[in-house]
Design a protein around this ligand. Structure first.
Ligand SMILES: *Cc1c(COP(=O)(O)O)cnc(C)c1O
Length: 305
């Protein structure tokens, strides 16, 4: 349905990898599509197909004012010939940030709701109210995770990736992790780094896999100590790392997800977490659209593609 620009893995070279006898590569999902980048491409593709199959005129979804999911959904819906509605958390004070300007340019209708109302986003009564307000729309949950999203993220790992022994990804809602877990082969290990603070993520992932009927052939683990203070929180150390990574590899990272994942990966390499001869694949899940808004908010420059 949507054009896909296939990306091969890119090898990463560093003296530390040589020292530890590791082979490392990165899968640049950030380069898959100029606007529907990263994991959001995979999470949206079957959902938009389904929306069209059901004859829905529009999709409706939820997100924060800087959301990668809102940005991607606005572009993908437009490309699929569907209208889109974004229920945005907050009072609209941020409504002229680069993410929402883009969403509006793609024709997304933005509807700002209080944090209190936003919290009701999964309740039946609130959803019914939205449906009566916005008509017969196809609903996509916050962050885009549902069964069809997981069907999509299961397409990320392909036959050509079968020789990797370790796959590293970041976690928000876990939809990407669940799809990767589904495609894992018996000799493969999946490491997920939660961008949220708290030890709850491991149990949440277990539930998500269970609900989705996924029993992974490989081994998976969730690491919860690399959140840098919590979702969308950051430290100078994280920002320095993102600049260092750019200077070493010329690959831009974002401070919400991929920066934390790559930082965690290097930390684990230094701590000898990976066995000798491991072949490691880092998943660059995208998120770079958010860097412009981050700079606007904080005044801190970040590498951009
Ligand atoms: C949304 C997002 C994630 C989190 O994906 P989930 O499927 O919600 O876990 C990770 N990285 C980037 C760049 C994202 O935009």
């Amino acid at each position: 349905m949507l054009p896909i620009h296939p990306t091969d893995t890119t090898p990463l070279f560093h003296s530390l990898f040589e020292e530890k006898k590791l082979e490392v590569a990165i899968l640049r999902l950030d380069q898959i599509h100029c606007e529907i980048s990263g994991n959001k491409f995979f999470k949206l593709k079957y959902n938009l197909e389904e929306a069209k199959k059901q004859g829905k005129p529009a999709v409706l979804t939820f997100g924060g004012a800087y959301s990668n999911h809102i940005y991607a959904t606005a572009s993908a819906a437009r490309e699929a010939g569907l209208a889109s509605i974004g229920i945005i958390r907050g009072d609209g004070m941020d409504s002229n940030n680069p993410t929402l300007i883009h969403a509006r340019e793609q024709g997304m209708r933005l509807h700002f709701v209080s944090r209190e109302d936003y919290r009701k986003k999964n309740s039946k009564a609130y959803i019914d109210q939205l449906l009566s307000q916005f008509g017969d729309v196809y609903l996509i949950p916050e962050g885009g995770t549902n069964a069809l999203a997981i069907k999509g993220t299961a397409d990320i790992l392909q036959k050509k990736h079968q020789d990797y022994t370790h796959i590293c990804t970041s976690i928000g809602t876990g939809g990407t992790f669940a799809g990767l877990a589904k495609s894992l082969l018996t000799h493969q290990n999946l490491l997920g780094f939660s961008s949220l603070k708290g030890e709850f993520m491991r149990a949440e992932i277990r539930n998500l896999l269970h609900e989705s009927g996924i029993t992974s052939k490989g081994k998976w683990e969730v690491l919860s100590q690399y959140h840098f203070g919590g979702y969308a929180k950051w430290t100078d150390e994280l920002i320095d790392f993102i600049h260092w990574f750019w200077s070493e590899f010329r690959i831009p990272l974002d401070p919400i997800y991929t920066g934390k994942m790559a930082y965690a990966f290097f930390d684990l390499v230094r701590k000898n977490h990976f066995p000798e001869s491991a072949r490691i694949l880092l998943i660059h899940t995208g998120g770079l659209q958010g860097n412009a808004g981050f700079t606007k908010r904080t005044g801190i420059q970040l590498p951009t593609p």
